[in-house]
Design a protein around this ligand. Structure first.
Ligand code: ATP
Ligand code: MG
Length: 361
């Protein structure tokens, strides 16, 4: 069997440059690589509701925003399937069955869920649905028999949880599900891009983002006020690269051709870093360069978005068709799961005759 991808995003806001380097850019490469039989990209609205239950309008309006972001980075609905999670009820059913195979203490140990609970001040009142979302993520991945899940580093514990569920299911009910592999970004800066505040990972929930659809002037302002090395006070002072957000962003976004275009006095990033560490290179110059790189990277994305924004009904049509196609695939997996779990009462002709035979002696 060929390789299959499942990945996705929560429609809790527009997508940001952390998504771009951590996942979206890679997805486009994978889409064009020809290595994958099928690629499913899911807008995880049901998952987004687990911590936004009282804010349904936010999720509803962001579904199309995320779809526009997908299309604007170059994901092509002719080559991939974009689906809305809640349109596939089979996923909920799978979640229910998998939840019998996971203990509460195992969920409590999940480091990503732990830190997300803290971040949302849920400590004393965790919604059950939120607590269990790693199980529903296992349903999403296995429903499409995904072999490969390209995501950021924060998703590692989720994929591990999925793999455990698959192994447990297959050992109890017989080999039915496919164990997926995580595909992390190859560049360390891209695994967990920090926010513009330099503190935590860039995340919609933290308001420390540069959005893909952001206006050029807003990008410039965000870059110019970015966190650098607090001890680098004078241009002549030696500066630190580690923990310096501007350099982390350059690691993620810079291309050799940007040096030729915007900063030809340096051969590349290593030379720029060395100069900063030695002293004599000011933050403003580095920030201006980063701004140029980001503007160059984001301009074509913004232009493509403006085109798609002119035809919103077409975008919804893509989502509808994709969800229908995805449901067919998930329904097949659910049938396999029910058969393996012996809850396929009417589909198994043997069952009725064998039950009859018991009474016929
Ligand atoms: P939320 O705050 O609602 O959780 P988010 O910004 O964390 O939103 P998600 O929709 O949870 O975004 O994540 C979607 C995908 O993007 C995941 O694969 C995740 O690993 C990746 N991702 C999110 N933020 C970053 C980041 N800062 N750096 C790299 N990858 C990221
Ligand atoms: Mg997240």
């Amino acid at each position: 069997m060929g390789k299959i991808i499942l990945t996705g995003d929560r429609p809790t806001g527009r997508l940001h440059v952390g998504h771009y380097v951590g996942s979206l850019r890679r997805r486009v490469e994978l889409q064009d690589s020809g290595e994958f039989e099928q690629i499913f990209i899911m807008i995880a609205d049901a998952q987004a509701l687990t911590d936004n239950a009282e804010n349904p309008e936010k999720i509803r309006s962001n579904v199309v925003e995320v779809a526009l972001d997908y299309l604007s980075v170059g994901l092509d609905p002719e080559k991939i399937t974009i689906l809305i999670q809640s349109r596939i009820p089979e996923l909920t059913e799978l979640t229910q069955y998998y939840s019998n195979l996971v203990t509460v203490s195992r969920l409590q140990r999940n480091p990503t869920v732990k830190s997300e609970i803290q971040m949302r001040n849920f400590e004393t009142s965790i919604p059950v649905g939120f607590f269990c979302y790693p199980i529903s993520q296992a349903a999403d991945i296995t429903a499409f028999k995904a072999t490969t899940v390209p995501v950021g580093e924060d998703q590692e514990p989720m994929i591990e949880q999925t793999r455990e569920i698959v192994r447990k299911f297959n050992s109890v009910y017989g080999k039915t599900l496919v164990e997926p592999e995580i595909l992390l970004p190859d560049n360390k800066a891209c695994m967990r891009l920090p926010g513009t505040d330099g503190k935590a990972k860039m995340s919609k929930s933290l308001g420390n983002c540069i959005y893909l659809s952001e206006e050029p002037e807003d990008i410039r302002k965000k870059v110019m006020s970015m966190f650098t090395d607090p001890d680098h006070l004078k241009v002549s002072d030696p500066g630190k690269i580690e923990g310096n957000t501007v350099f982390t962003y350059l690691d993620a976004f810079c291309r050799t051709e940007y040096f030729e275009e915007f900063l030809p006095e340096y051969a590349g990033l290593d030379e720029l870093k060395a100069h900063y560490q030695r002293g004599g290179l000011g933050d403003v110059k580095v920030k201006k360069f980063l701004n140029n790189c980001l503007q160059a990277e984001l301009a074509p994305i913004r232009t493509r978005r403006l085109e798609y924004q002119k035809d919103i009904p077409y975008v919804y049509e893509i989502l509808k068709k994709g969800s229908e196609k995805a449901e067919e695939v998930a329904a097949k997996t659910l049938a396999d799961v029910k058969k393996a779990m012996k809850i396929d009462y009417f589909e198994d002709p043997e069952l009725i005759s064998s039950q009859q035979a018991r009474y016929n002696g």
